[in-house]
Every structure is written in C-alpha cells, then in structure tokens.
Design a protein around this ligand. Structure first.
Ligand code: BES
Ligand code: MN
Ligand code: MN
Length: 456
C-alpha cells in the first residue's frame, strides 16, 4: 500500500478531471426535469467503475432513480466490503449566491468549488480511485461491491425495497461510507452516530379565499398569524420541544459519556465567526456539540403563505404552509414522532382554521460501536495517513438508509467521512479541500488492508 502516495502524485490531475466530468452532470434528485441527467450520471459512474477494474458494473432499475452496482470478487472465501454512496445532489439554487457556477467545477484556494464537490460525488469518487489503485497495483485484499444510489437527498424512497429484493447481491461483511465530516483537515475523526429525521409539511386553511384585510381583518382567523403562533409554541423558554411524549424514547447519556464527548476539540468562537453570528442558542443544559450530537431538534425549513411579491397587497390569506424537520436521536422512532407531531399540531390549532399534516420522509438515527474490526481498521488506516488516531464523534446529520441497511441486510456501516463542516454542503459555494480528497484516496486502501488482515 506504500505506493499509494506515488500513485496519487502521478495521477492527481487525471483524478480531478474525471471527478469534474461527473460533477458537470446536474444530477439533482429533487427536480423531475433533471431525470435524464440522473441516467447519464449513473451510466458515467458505471463506466468509471469498469475503467477502474470492476469485473462487473451495471445500472439497475429501482422504483425511483437508477442505482449503480459494481463488484470485483477476488476470492469468495475473503471478506467483502460494500461501498455505499450517492450520486444525487441537492438543488443549487439560489444561483446568484454562487461565486462560480455550481455545475462548472473549478479549483481555487486549494479547494474544489461545485455542487456535489463534497456531498457526495467528491467523497464517493475517492473510493473509485482508491479501488483503481488497489486493482492496478494488484493489492485488492478482499472482495469489493459498490452500491451508489440516486435518491439519498430525497430520503432514499426506493432503496429499502431494493435491498430487500437483492439481499444476495448485496451480501457483505461491512458497509463502508464516505458521506460525513471529520473535525478538521488535520484532526481526523470517525462518525459513530447519526441523527434520525422526521420531515413534515403542514397546511392551514382559513377562509375559502384571500380576503380584504380591512373588511375582514380582526374578525376572521388569519392562517399565517395562527401558523406563527403554533410554531412558536413548539419550543419553550428552555428551547425544549413541547410535543407531548417527544422525549420519551431519547437515549440518555451518562455523565462519563458526555465528559468523553467534551474532549473533542470545538472552538465556539471560531464556529460563530464562520457563521457570522454573535451568539448560539439551543436546549438549556447542553453544549453545542451535544445539541447536535445527542439531543433532538426541531426546525422550520420554510414557511410561506399570503402575498410575498413586490409592494403591498392588503389581504388576509386563505392558506399558510410550513415545512418542519425534527432531527432525532437513538432510540426515537421516526414514524412514532410523525404521529406525535400530527396529533399535537392539530390539538394546538385555534378554531377557525383547518390543519393538514403530511410526513414527507424520515428515518432512524444510527450508532456504531467502536469495538468492531471495522472501527479498528478505520482507526489504523487514519493513523497511517494522518499520523494520529481519529476521535469518535456523533454527527448532527442524517443518512436514514444506514439504519435500514442494518435492519434489512443485517450489516453494520463504518462512516469514514473526509468532509468538513465548512464545506457548505447543501449551501451556495459548496467546496471540498483537495487535501481532504487526496487524503481520503490515501486512507481507503489502508482500510481495506487492515480490515482484511484483522478479519483473516
Ligand atoms: N451527507 C449528508 C449527511 C451528513 C453530512 C451526515 C455531514 C453527517 C455529516 C446527506 O447527504 C444528507 O444531506 N442527508 C440529509 C437527509 C436526507 C433524508 C435528505 C440530511 O441530513 O438532511
Ligand atoms: Mn450525502
Ligand atoms: Mn446531502
């Protein structure tokens, strides 16, 4: 594996050129008009897997976007690593906030700037290139499978069913995923916890049409006013969520576990400066890292209704809407939370408005133990590249399909992410430091080596 640095040095520019080809395809899963791009993207990835040395690679149908599967079986007696990633990206809008066009990747200040540069095209491509290195230098120490989906950013609606129908094809000993962050470019970490999610949309209906706000205002319930009050009451003065039963299943961490977590480096001043905010706030009694890592949260993702175009229009709107997400922690169950939310939200509506609540998507959180072969292999691999051991961290983000993998396939995942929180994923000016990209390509083959050795 020692030649991996040399291999990266010799192929640096080609790796970037190839990644940029993939980034140029605007594979936005949320937009039906990008459906043809999803197929082009899947085909291009299939070709890269074959070029890298896969025995077989194919674009497979699902009930939604196509999925790319590839594999190289060295010896059925050896362990098998299943690499999971997603080729779909979030919408790039608002476009005017980007310093360079989102689907025209470029390198500036040592970073790749583009939608998908990190999440997850940049991170998944590290695996394709690490695989290429292992094949070309005849050092692939175990079997490898790739499963790359095109619907992660919309909640992976088809993947669970795909897994159920393809358990034999997906048989593996561990799932390896690079779709998370590390603490800093020089402070490596392995994500050992992900939050779950319940994503709701609410619709309030007041009068049967927008009304004159002078003739009716003050006498008829305004659904936008009502929605604001209802949302405001979802958290109390301690920023605790007021939905009855919401915290019932929350796993409580011991003082020791919390003290252990607090050892991870975190600079609050830097955090605030990076976001240009003067203060942080959240659930009383918890640190910022705990608020995202081990505690649930509730956020309005969008709210609309009434007149929002230029100038003034004096109306009392008929409708009001909001999208509200709740990040969950172990052992909260997403569909139970959906139900609690719906009952609670309906119960707090004032008379005079009708309320509809819809669940858009969701999933369970995930915790991965650190006493596994996969964690130990990841830790050694990281030490090899970075010269220090990784810190186990709990992330606030979600990859709901990870807990489904465990449920349906019975396989645990190892979250070996190389992104940074400052990579602006889902935001304008998403970027990925070249250092992280190449360090990822360097680390992955070591993971394979140590994982195969420790399993053998
Ligand atoms: N890669 C992210 C999740 C992530 C990022 C986890 C950084 C940990 C650290 C993933 O693509 C994502 O954005 N997930 C969505 C959930 C999905 C159901 C839309 C999320 O967390 O909002
Ligand atoms: Mn992702
Ligand atoms: Mn994402």
């Amino acid at each position: 594996m020692n030649q991996v640095n040399q291999y990266i040095k010799e192929n640096r520019q080609r790796f970037l050129d190839e990644l940029f080809e993939l980034i140029r395809i605007p594979s936005v899963s949320a937009r039906p008009e990008n459906n043809p791009d999803m197929l082009s993207m899947a085909r291009a990835l299939k070709d890269s897997l074959l070029a890298a040395g896969a025995d077989k690679a194919e674009v497979m149908k699902t009930s939604g976007q196509p999925l790319v599967f590839g594999s190289k079986i060295v010896d059925p007696a050896l362990p098998t690593v299943l690499v999971y990633g997603h080729y779909d990206v979030q919408p790039a809008e608002p476009l005017d906030l980007w310093d360079s066009p989102p689907f025209e990747p470029e390198v500036r200040d040592g970073r790749i700037w583009a939608r998908g540069a990190d999440d997850d095209k940049g991170q998944l491509f590290m695996h394709v290139k690490a695989f290429e290195f292992m094949v070309k230098t005849a050092q692939l120490p175990c079997n490898i499978k790739f499963m790359i989906e095109g619907e992660e950013e919309v909640g992976s609606p088809s993947l669970k069913k795909f897994c159920r129908e393809n358990t034999e094809l997906l048989k593996a000993d561990v799932i390896l995923v690079s779709d998370t962050t590390m603490i800093a470019s020089d402070i490596p970490s392995v994500t050992v916890g992900l939050r779950g999610l319940s994503y709701m949309e609410v619709e309030l209906t007041g009068p049967n049409r927008d009304l004159h706000s002078g003739l009716f205002g003050g006498a008829v319930v305004n659904p936008v006013n009502a929605l604001c009050k209802m949302i405001a009451s979802l958290t109390n003065e301690n920023n605790e969520i007021t939905i009855k039963g919401f915290y019932d299943d929350v796993m409580v961490l011991s003082r020791e576990e919390r003290d252990e977590m607090a050892k991870a480096p975190f600079d609050l001043e830097e955090y605030k400066a990076e976001l240009n905010i003067d203060e942080v706030d959240g659930e009383k009694g918890y640190s910022s890292l705990e608020r995202t890592g081990i505690r649930p949260s509730l956020d309005v993702n969008g709210i609309w209704g009434g007149y929002i175009a230029e100038g003034a229009k004096t109306i009392l709107p008929s409708k009001a809407y909001a999208k509200i997400s709740m990040r969950l922690v172990p052992n909260q169950v997403s569909h139970n939370i959906d139900k609690l939310f719906e009952e609670h939200f309906k119960s707090i509506a004032p008379p005079g408005v009708k309320v509809e609540v819809r669940s858009l998507h969701g999933g369970q959180g995930y915790v991965s133990p650190i006493d596994t072969v996969a964690y130990k292999a990841a830790s050694k691999a990281i030490e090899q590249t970075f010269g220090k051991k990784p810190i186990p961290t709990r992330s606030g983000g979600s990859i709901p399909i990870i807990s489904d993998f465990e449920e349906v396939l019975g396989i645990k995942s190892i979250l070996l992410g190389f992104g940074l929180e400052s990579d602006a994923i889902h935001s304008p000016n998403e970027n990925y430091p070249l250092e992280n990209f190449f360090n990822g390509i360097e680390t992955i083959p070591w993971f394979f080596k140590f994982y195969a050795e420790m399993n053998g």
